[in-house]
Ligand binder design. Structure first.
Ligand code: BV8
Ligand code: ZN
Length: 219
């Protein structure tokens, strides 16, 4: 399972680190349905800014090491909390995107859901062909994860011999619950993170350092 830390070395600031994405924008205030209902242009300004930032980023050796792992290890499943699409760009095949995808839009009226990689967006807020207001295809705070997503992730974790938890502060639920879930299911849990997390003391092996260096070495 990966978090924003795996994209840090691609130049995308993490959410809660120094200079994090959320510093200026207090994301808990913006990444919510209430904020969007109140001020769609403001929320879209933030996503437009993030999309432009992410569009310049390329996958780093950590993303690529996971692609190698997937090619060589049957039964590999990539679970990500990230919405930046760098795992897709790196060539990962099966990706469980717990929190959606910043490169997809969803219509708030007819429910249509489509890819859109335009940066910057020509019009803020964007609209659907049906005329309805479009929203980012991501999961906001207070919103449920996509149907069946956690079940599928838990299924993969329950069958895992090894669970790598990479570049996440493990502070957002239910995603973070996959770490204790993996332990209970008997997987060897390896944490790869530059810093401590609430689970560092409970994992089998905590590798302290940047994923872009440690993952290729582990591979
Ligand atoms: C839900 C998409 C219910 C949007 C995101 C109180 C207690 C517990 C839970 C809650 C609570 N109050 C509310 C909740 C629930 C809430 C939650 O967990 N809140 C948190 C803040 C406490 N969760 C929800 O609301 C979820 N939904 O519960 O719904 C429900 C059920 C049914 C019906 C209705 C409702 C939805 C959560 C999803 C929110 N959306 N993103 C967007 O991106 O705009 S979350 C956001 O945080 C991102 O997705 C991100 O991936 C995620 C987690 O952050 P991280 O990836 O871990 O990033 P972070 O910056 O935190 O950490 C980076 C890490 O990398 C650090 O550890 C750092 O040390 C490390 N690092 C840095 N550089 C490197 C590195 N590691 C390795 N190498 C490096 N180079
Ligand atoms: Zn529509």
């Amino acid at each position: 399972m990966t978090g924003a830390g795996i994209s840090a070395e691609s130049g995308i600031p993490t959410f809660r680190g120094a200079g994090g994405l959320w510093k200026e924008f207090k994301a808990e205030d913006l990444a919510t349905p209430e904020a969007f209902a109140k001020n769609p242009p403001l929320v879209w300004e933030w996503y437009n800014w993030r999309r432009q930032l992410i569009a310049k980023a390329v996958p780093n050796p950590a993303h690529k090491a996971l692609v190698q792992l997937e090619i060589r290890k049957r039964g590999f499943t990539l679970i990500t909390q990230n919405v930046d699409g760098l795992h897709d760009l790196a060539g990962s095949g099966k990706i469980l995107k717990l929190h959606g995808d910043i490169w997809r839009l969803r219509c708030t009226v007819c429910g249509a859901n489509w890819p859109n990689r335009k940066t910057p967006l020509p019009k803020i807020p964007p609209h659907c062909a049906c005329g309805g207001l479009a929203r980012p295809g991501v999961v906001w705070f207070g919103e449920p994860l996509p149907d069946g997503m956690m079940k599928e992730a838990e299924h993969a974790v329950s069958a895992a011999q090894v669970f790598l938890v990479i570049g996440t502060s493990a502070s957002v639920y239910p995603a973070a619950s996959l770490v204790p879930y993996a332990r209970q299911a008997g997987a060897k849990v390896i944490e790869i993170n530059t810093d401590e997390t609430p689970f560092s003391a409970t994992v089998d092996c905590a590798l302290r350092g940047p994923a872009g260096e440690l993952l290729p070495k582990l591979w």
